[in-house]
Ligand binder design. Structure first.
Ligand SMILES: [Zn+2]
Length: 234
C-alpha cells in the first residue's frame, strides 16, 4: 500500500471519530429541548387542572352567597307578612317566598353537582402535582447527564484535534487539501477501497484501467465517478 494512503487512512480514521463525536455534540441542544418540552407539558397539565378546580370552587362560593341572600330575603318577607294586614300583600309575599325557595333548591342541586366534580378533581390535581415534582427531578437528572456528555464529547474532540497535526505529517499539502475537501463533501468517506472493481464510496464499477492504476501503487488514483481516493483492499 502507498505510504500516503496508509497515512491518509490513519488520518481518516481519526477524522471520522471527530466527526461522529461532533454530530453527537450537535444533537445535544435538540435533546435538551425535547426533555424541557416534556416537562413543560406536565406544568401545563398541572396549571390547567388547578385552574379548573379553582373555577369550580369559585362558582360554588358564589352559589353559597346567592343561597344565603335568598334565605335572608325569605326571612324578610316573613317579617313583612307579620306586619301586614292586607290579604293581597300577604299572598304576594307568599308568592315571593316560594320563588325564593325554588331558587334555593336549584342552587343546592347545582352545588351538589359541583361538589361531586370537586371530589373527582382533587385526586387528579394530586396526581398532576406528583407527576410535576417527579418530572422536575427527572429533568434535572437528564439535563445534568446531557451536560456531562457534552463536556466529555468536547474534551474527546479537543484531544483528537490536538493529535491531528501529527497524523498529517509527511502528507503532501496538495493531497491533504484534496483529502480535506473530499472528507467534507463525502460525509467522512474520502479514501475508500476498490472491491470487485467497484468503488465502495459511490458503488459504481470502475474501469479496468483504473483498477490497474490502483494495483500498480505508483500514484494516488481517484474514482472517475466520485473523485474519492482509491486503494486496493488488502
Ligand atoms: Zn466512486
Amino acid at each position: 500500500m502507498l505510504p500516503e494512503i496508509e497515512k491518509l487512512l490513519v488520518l481518516q480514521d481519526s477524522d471520522q471519530r471527530i466527526r461522529t463525536l461532533q454530530l453527537e455534540l450537535l444533537a445535544i441542544p435538540q435533546q435538551r429541548a425535547a426533555k424541557e418540552k416534556t416537562f413543560s407539558e406536565l406544568s401545563q397539565q398541572l396549571s390547567q387542572i388547578k385552574f379548573r378546580l379553582r373555577e369550580i370552587e369559585l362558582e360554588k362560593k358564589r352559589l353559597e352567597l346567592d343561597a344565603e341572600a335568598k334565605r335572608e330575603s325569605i326571612a324578610r318577607y316573613k317579617q313583612q307578612q307579620l306586619q301586614t294586614r292586607k290579604n293581597e300583600e300577604y299572598s304576594a309575599l307568599n308568592h315571593e317566598i316560594s320563588i325564593a325557595e325554588e331558587k334555593i333548591r336549584s342552587i343546592e342541586d347545582r352545588e351538589l353537582e359541583l361538589m361531586e366534580t370537586i371530589e373527582k378533581l382533587r385526586p387528579l390535581v394530586e396526581q398532576a402535582e406528583k407527576a410535576h415534582v417527579e418530572g422536575r427531578i427527572k429533568l434535572e437528572t437528564q439535563l445534568s447527564g446531557l451536560e456531562t456528555r457534552k463536556n466529555s464529547l468536547e474534551a474527546r474532540i479537543r484531544e483528537l484535534q490536538a493529535g491531528r497535526a501529527r497524523l498529517t505529517e509527511g502528507v503532501e499539502e496538495d493531497l491533504l487539501d484534496r483529502y480535506t475537501r473530499l472528507f467534507k463533501s463525502k460525509a467522512g468517506q474520502a479514501v475508500v477501497p476498490v472491491e470487485h472493481e467497484v468503488c465502495s464510496g459511490c458503488h459504481m464499477k470502475v474501469t479496468t484501467q483504473t483498477v490497474i492504476l490502483v494495483k500498480s501503487e505508483k500514484s494516488i488514483t481517484h474514482c472517475p465517478q466520485c473523485g474519492r481516493v482509491l486503494y486496493l483492499c488488502p
